[in-house]
Design a protein around this ligand. Structure first.
Ligand code: ABU
Length: 377
């Protein structure tokens, strides 16, 4: 049988998906503490300072879920690649720091940003994820060999010294009143400083010529600016939402076809121009229903709004977490074919259906969905 030849290209979140990377849960760690992450799960045997592999039984279920999802995609004719595992329990270091463990590779969306013929390795902002790009290198090397038009890029690796994080951020955060916390939210005043560009790929959502980039606990303004300079043909919109300790945009702003975007009703945009841009260009902003789940999985650092973290197979077909009946009903009423996919058990490994995938090829061209722009946004 001929081996498949690769073509890298994806401009948005909804064009027909033909080739995708699906993450793996095996070996994922509850990572050792570091400035940006301080796990503390005493109720599950991991109080602050204790770290190690996530329990085997939850790893097994998560791996089964990811395997079944990959099979579903393959069954629909989509090519699926998987990352190479590393020994995530090993320490890693640079001349600036030593980190006792890595994390895992269940969420390729966090690391890889596909924009057109380019796949960009994000800087990442956790020391435990600094080397995660290596899990994708065998795939990226192969794409580079097979597709002469593939632009393989890596953002500048950050130093991640103490100067990249506000000292004592978490202690101070927990001492604030709710009003003070919401004020910090208005200012996007999060743990990362502006010392160097930092971003996770999952803080970017792609709408053809327009990229929305969220400032968050892992993405700073310098990171947004770096992306703006790196993609001069695009319009990069810096956005923030009323959310405490935000981490990735893909449970907040989820476009499913041209003119239709799911928005999170608990996380309104801070910039007025955000909603104006959608409305002036005729987009329907549809509020996602409340998540069906009421309790998160042990070790899950994501919100229950992972309910919105769905992935489109084409502008008419969307994969939704299997327990999220309210969202499935809503999308059904808007004319989508909805595929229920069990994925809740993967949440302790970093995310939902969108997080566990990274586009390699979606059939479509670069288009402008926002002919009317808002000056200064
Ligand atoms: N990585 C997706 C997490 C988003 C959220 O918890 O809302």
């Amino acid at each position: 049988m001929d081996s498949p030849t690769t073509k890298v290209r994806s401009w948005n979140e909804w064009d027909p998906l033909e080739h995708v990377i699906v993450g793996r849960a095996d070996g994922t760690m509850l990572q050792a503490p570091e400035p940006a992450v301080q796990p503390d799960w005493p109720e599950y045997g991991f109080p602050a300072g204790v770290f190690g592999p996530l329990p085997e039984e939850i790893q097994e279920v998560a791996s089964e879920r990811l395997e079944a999802f990959a099979d579903l995609l393959i069954g629909r004719g989509i090519r699926v690649d998987r990352p190479a595992l590393m020994e995530f329990d090993q320490p890693s270091s640079t001349p600036d720091w030593r980190q006792e463990t890595m994390f895992g590779c269940a969420s390729p969306r966090d690391v890889l940003l596909t924009v057109g013929e380019e796949i960009l390795e994000a800087t990442m902002s956790f020391r435990s994820r600094w080397y995660e790009y290596l899990c994708y290198r065998p795939l990226l090397e192969r794409y580079y060999r097979e597709d002469s038009a593939f632009r393989w890029e890596a953002a500048p690796k950050p130093r991640l010294t103490g100067g990249s994080y506000k000292p004592d951020f978490f202690r101070e955060w927990h001492s604030l009143t709710p009003d003070e916390q919401w004020r910090r939210t208005e200012e996007s005043d999060w743990i990362v400083t502006e010392k160097e560009p930092l971003f996770d790929a999952a803080d970017v959502v792609r709408f053809g010529r327009d990229l929305f980039v969220q400032r968050s606990m892992v993405t700073n303004r310098a990171g947004v600016d770096w992306l703006r300079r790196h993609f001069p043909r695009h319009r990069v919109h810096e956005v923030s939402y009323r959310e405490l300790l935000p981490w990735h945009i893909d449970a907040t702003l989820v476009p499913l076809r041209p003119g239709f975007v799911l928005v999170n009703p608990e996380r309104p945009a801070i910039q007025e121009a955000h909603d104006q841009l959608f409305r002036r260009n005729g987009w329907e902003m549809v509020k996602a229903p409340r998540p069906a789940r009421t309790e998160a999985m042990p070790f899950c650092t994501c919100s229950l709004w992972l309910s919105m973290n769905c992935v489109s197979l084409d502008p008419k077909t969307v994969c939704v977490e299997a327990s999220e009946t309210p969202l499935m009903d809503l999308l059904d009423s808007h004319g989508f074919e909805v595929l229920p996919v069990p994925m809740f058990e993967v949440s302790p490994f970093g995310g939902g259906l969108h997080c566990v995938t990274a586009d390699v090829f979606r059939h479509g061209e670069l288009e402008d969905y926002f002919a009317v722009q808002i000056p200064g946004f």
